[in-house]
Every structure is written in C-alpha cells, then in structure tokens.
Design a protein around this ligand. Structure first.
Ligand SMILES: Nc1nc2c(ncn2[C@@H]2O[C@H](COP(=O)(O)OP(=O)(O)OP(=O)(O)O)[C@@H](O)[C@H]2O)c(=O)[nH]1
Ligand SMILES: [Mg+2]
Length: 217
C-alpha cells in the first residue's frame, strides 16, 4: 500500500458483488459513492476516472443493483453502491440491495470516506439525511456532492450550496459540501482533492481490529 497520490484514471473494474461476502478482502482503503437512485453516482465515477463507461449509467433509476468495485492501485478502491429510495422495484429486490448497502456501510472496515451524491434540484431527502447522520456518528468523513449543477443557474446553484451547508450545523470538518457536474466537469478539482486527502491517510489508522487482541510489547 502506497501513500502516494492516487491516479483516478487507472481505475479498473474488479467485480460486482451482491453482498459483502463477495467483496475483495477487507484491507486497504475504500471510498464509496452512495445516494438516491439516479443521483448521478455512476456518472460521477466515470467523470472522476475520465472513463466514459467504467460504471454503467442509465436514465432509468435503479441501474446499479450491486456493489461495484473499481481498483485504483494496490489496496485502494472506489465503490459504486446501489441507489436507495427508488420506489418502482419489487419489494423483495429492494430489500436485497438495501440490505447489501447497509451491511456494506456498517461492516466494511476499510471504508475510509463516504461520498453522498444528491441531485442539486432534490437535495437532502430523508434517506440522505439518515445516511449522513449515521456516517457522522460513525466518525466517517462525508463529502456531499450536489450533482447535475449544470441544471441550475449560478445564483440558484450558490443558494442551494449555502442552504445545504447551513443545514449541516455542527458537522463542520466532518462533512464537506461541493457542487458538481458530470456534464461540464465543474467541481471535479474539488472532488479529486478531497478524495486524494482521504486516500492519503494511512490504512488502519483508527481500525480497532488491528489493535484488538494484539500483544503489547
Ligand atoms: N445534466 C446532467 N445529467 C447528469 C449528470 N450526472 C448524471 N446525469 C444523468 O442522470 C441519470 C442518472 O445517472 P447515473 O450516473 O446512472 O445515476 P446513479 O446514481 O448511478 O443511478 P443508480 O445506479 O440507478 O442508482 C443519467 O441519465 C445521467 O446521464 C450531470 O452532472 N448533469
Ligand atoms: Mg449507478
């Protein structure tokens, strides 16, 4: 595992896992992209990695139904999570991916940071807020990415950004907020910089399992 800067362009697809038991070993560092269905998670991953079709995108919500794993280099990975909050799927199926999602978030020790993506026109729905609160309580750094920023004029864009920043009081430091567009690449330098920071932290820094049960010398 290197602590050198990550080359997002070198991302390559590793696997689609139906649940956490099918993921690569829980080692190294992962940054996961989460958010409502259709928020633009897969598109943002493609923009970040400068690859048009690394992650599969779709006009129809519910495209990403499994935990998709992309490796960057030795031990560092990006994760595309299934979207939540999409009503039009059979209940049994929805239950299955929501379970995979919550299990991933709760159990994956190598998860270093969570990117929560929201359509800038429909931000901070109940499930988004729940997810952010949970992550903050779990001491997981969060980056809120307001996607499809190209859909709003500059004034409305800035107003929404400020509104969201103000809606996250007390989280300063743990939760950052940026606007982003996969269409015109606005916000890409911010996304790159913040993820570089997360990936540069040493692995296992606060991983209790690495010290638990170890012999103290
Ligand atoms: N205008 C605009 N459209 C976008 C942007 N990002 C994504 N989209 C569109 O939004 C739709 C959904 O994008 P995806 O990236 O597939 O969304 P997702 O969050 O991965 O969706 P699920 O996999 O269903 O959870 C597609 O039609 C994209 O082309 C953006 O920045 N600007
Ligand atoms: Mg997707």
């Amino acid at each position: 595992m290197s602590s050198q800067s990550v080359h997002f362009q070198s991302a390559r697809f590793i696997t689609s896992a139906p649940d956490i038991r099918h993921l690569p070993a829980d080692e190294g560092l992962e940054v996961a992209f989460a958010g409502r269905s259709n928020a633009g998670k897969s598109s943002a991953l493609n923009t970040l990695t400068k690859q048009k079709s690394l992650a599969r995108t779709s006009k129809t919500p519910g495209r990403t139904q499994q935990i998709n794993v992309f490796s960057l280099d030795d031990g560092r990975r990006l994760i595309d999570l299934p979207g939540y909050g999409f009503a039009k799927v059979p209940l049994a199926m929805k239950h299955k991916w929501q379970q995979a999602l919550s299990e991933y978030l709760q159990k994956r020790k190598c998860l270093r940071g969570l990117v929560v993506l929201m359509d800038i026109r429909h931000p901070m729905k109940d499930l988004d807020q729940e997810l952010i609160h949970w992550a903050v309580e779990s001491d997981l750094p969060v980056l809120v990415v307001l996607t499809k920023a190209d859909k709003l004029k500059s004034g409305a864009r800035k107003a929404t950004l400020m509104q969201i920043q103000e809606a996250l009081p007390g989280f300063n430091g743990d939760v950052q907020v940026i606007t982003f567009s996969s269409l015109n690449k606005s916000g890409l330098p911010d996304l790159e910089r913040i993820l570089q920071g997360w990936f540069s932290l040493p692995a296992d820094e606060d991983d209790q399992s690495s010290t638990e049960g170890s012999i103290q010398s």
